[in-house]
Design a protein around this ligand. Structure first.
Ligand code: AMP
Ligand code: MG
Length: 283
């Protein structure tokens, strides 16, 4: 199944998240069933990233959004585990600092856009400025409502500079979120992640859904599409994200650059047995 086709938000279409099954897992029955496919995807991503790095003609920007515990951190970890760290960067966007707040909302974003040859992952992004800001009235409606067009123009300008943009909305149900919070409570390694605010935000669920739907509807474009990733199953989320990324990178038709030197000459000059200084005959 081509998950890109299945999970993309078609530009210009509207979406009702209540119609999306957050537990969808395609034709795979379990993590075990999907594991060889996931391993294969990661190996392919490794190879594609090497080409991206060598060719330096494209940059790749992966944007992750989703409610708390939807799996943004886990997705960064998974996708990047396949790649050479030299050539990748993750940026997390938190509540704007006083300095960031004195600038336009895209200022802090723009400086972290990956350069040609590299992959950047945004753990939260400029979309917070039409999500948390909209839900909590952190800016007047006339300010945030203009931002959808501003974001589309910004992303289009990046795309024209060879930045390939993929945006993943990780979708979980409120029941799954509560269950993940509960597991955190019981896991000493992750208790530090728990915050009061995460529980309080749950009472704004419906407003968030409305804001997510507006974001998906207004900002899924041909040059920067949104994908809705059913994320109740972490393994399916990983499979879907890695497969969509792989297929998108394949479309770039990247090639390793041709050697700039004459390989035969180098072989003759430096690697033939007779010339090797450590070879007894060359002494
Ligand atoms: P976390 O990703 O769990 O570390 O939390 C980061 C927090 O920063 C979340 O509560 C976000 O909603 C918040 N945040 C990120 N960007 C913005 C923004 N532009 N305005 C207000 N809050 C933001
Ligand atoms: Mg959090």
């Amino acid at each position: 199944m081509d998950l890109r086709e299945k999970l993309i938000v078609r530009p210009g279409s509207s979406i009702k998240l209540s119609h999306v099954d957050a537990s969808f897992h395609g034709h795979f029955s379990s993590q075990e069933d999907a594991s060889s496919e996931i391993t294969r995807n990661l190996a392919k991503l490794d190879e594609l990233q090497q080409k991206l790095y060598a060719e330096k003609k494209h940059a790749v920007l992966v944007v992750l959004q989703g409610i708390d515990a939807a799996g943004k951190d886990g997705t960064c970890w998974h996708v990047l585990s396949a790649m050479n760290p030299q050539g990748t960067a993750v940026t997390g966007f938190k509540t704007p600092t006083p300095e960031e707040s004195r600038h336009d909302f895209l200022w802090r974003i723009h400086r972290h856009v990956p350069e040609l040859g590299t992959v950047g992952v945004f753990n939260r992004s400029h979309y917070e400025d039409v999500l948390v800001v909209r839900v909590h009235d952190l800016a007047p409606r006339e300010v945030w409502s203009r931002r959808y067009d501003q974001i589309n123009a910004f992303e289009e300008s990046l795309a024209l500079q060879n930045v390939t943009i993929l945006k993943f909305f990780l979708y979980i149900t409120p029941e799954e979120q509560l269950e993940r919070f509960r597991r955190r409570l019981d896991d000493p390694a992750r208790q530090w992640k728990i915050s009061d605010a995460d529980y309080k935000e749950r009472s704004f669920w419906d407003q968030y859904i409305e804001a997510y739907e507006a974001m998906l509807e207004k900002c899924s474009t041909a040059h920067a599409p949104w994908y809705v990733i059913p994320s109740n199953h972490k393994w399916f989320r990983n499979l879907a994200v890695s497969q969509i990324l792989e297929n998108t990178l394949l479309d770039l038709k990247m090639e390793l650059p041709k050697p700039t030197v004459d390989l035969e000459q180098i072989r003759r000059e430096y690697h033939s047995a007779a010339k090797s200084p450590s070879h007894p005959e060359s002494k």
